[in-house]
Design a protein around this ligand. Structure first.
Ligand SMILES: [Zn+2]
Ligand SMILES: [Zn+2]
Length: 358
């Protein structure tokens, strides 16, 4: 089969590899859609931690946002059928350790991560995947099902911050994760969702997916606008998806007493200057939020009943062979790119056009 494999910085090859071996507890999936993410850009550039630190084996088939159809079942698998639409998790835990048994398999010391850490990913024609971490999504289009992974990241942060209908919520960063956070916060009943960013085109997509208020911090006064939107209360929940030190100054300026801040951005070693006194005095909680363990079924349900959509985020579709072109589209934000979907079955490039999902 054909796959994209990482060999080193800027050395990712579209090449022929052996079809994966299907273990007794595995399901063989023909990949139909795989999303490109900022992490894939870091991988391609050779700066992603698992690759620079030597934690992962190489070469590795990358791609951690994917969906497809079941084509073969391992001998122990009875809960899937040939033809089921499925998507698989990023973190795959050992299911034995103290973290796994509590459902926190994103912290499993023995875990693999699909397409990132010692487990081949979805930028391939086929993937063999353990049934425990595979989910049916028969009510979804393949290209939307590829975005259960980032939806799960947004949903996990929303839950970790204990978002309720009482809460004014600020989402920092209108990237793909932030645009899903707007929707998951709304699904949890948030009183009002304020989306904060620097690009008007992205903020407009944010309003399209449910943001009540948007603030462009380059041209508007954040504190004034949040005050106005919350009748002076300020925000109870912050869902962060930026990963740059300047975001902290913005967050600190808009939180209400008892605020919960869930951080999903990675700051690549850059430090934030934090004045802790107001945070202590106001009982503010800061929560690190990694991945989306134990929320995949719920993320699929939110999509299937229309509470969350990926459609406005999908701006580009390319065949798998054009991986590098996809990476550059994301890097340069060509035509206001938000999400690029790679389609292993597609022979030639089709862009910004509805694809028959069969
Ligand atoms: Zn991702
Ligand atoms: Zn474990």
């Amino acid at each position: 089969m054909k796959a994209i494999r990482y060999y080193g910085p800027k050395d990712m090859r579209f090449e022929e590899v052996d079809q994966p071996v299907v273990g007794a507890d595995d399901v063989l999936v023909r990949v139909r859609a795989a999303g490109l993410c900022a992490t894939d850009l870091e991988v391609y550039d050779g700066v992603m931690f698992y690759f620079t630190s030597g934690m992962t084996r190489m070469p590795l088939i990358t791609g951690h946002e994917w969906s497809g159809e079941v084509v073969e079942l391992g001998s122990h698998v009875s809960d899937f059928s040939i033809g089921d639409r499925v998507t698989g998790e990023c973190s795959v835990g050992c299911l034995q350790c103290e973290y796994c048994v509590r459902g926190w398999y994103n912290q499993c010391p023995h875990r693999t991560e699909t397409g990132l850490l010692n487990r081949d990913g979805g930028f391939a024609e086929y993937i063999a995947f353990p049934r425990t971490f595979l989910h049916k999504c028969n009510g979804m289009a393949f290209e939307e099902a590829a975005f259960i992974e980032p939806t799960g990241v947004a949903l996990y942060a929303t839950k970790l911050a204990q978002t309720t209908p009482l809460d004014y919520v600020a989402v920092m960063g209108p990237g793909p994760i932030g645009l899903f956070m707007v929707q998951t916060a709304k699904a949890y009943g948030a009183r009002k969702v304020i989306l904060v960013g620097t690009r008007d085109d992205r903020l407009a997509v944010g309003r399209q997916v449910g943001a009540d208020v948007t603030v462009n911090v380059r041209s508007e006064n954040l504190v004034d606008k949040v005050k106005q939107a919350t009748n002076g209360h300020m925000v109870d929940v912050v869902l962060e998806a930026v990963g740059k030190p300047s975001v902290w100054t913005d967050i600190a300026s808009i939180v209400a007493p008892r605020a919960r801040i869930a951080m999903t951005g990675l700051f690549a070693g850059e430090k934030c200057a934090v004045d802790f006194d107001p945070l202590v005095i106001h009982n503010v909680s800061i929560l690190g939020s990694l991945g989306g363990p134990s929320v995949w079924g719920e993320a699929i349900d939110l999509h299937e009943r229309g509470a969350v959509t990926a459609k406005p985020l999908i701006t580009h579709r390319l065949p798998l062979a054009q991986f590098v072109e996809g990476v550059e589209i994301m890097r340069n934000r060509t035509d206001n790119a938000i999400k690029v979907v790679l389609e292993p079955g597609q022979a030639s490039g089709v862009r910004n056009q509805e694809v028959n999902d069969g």
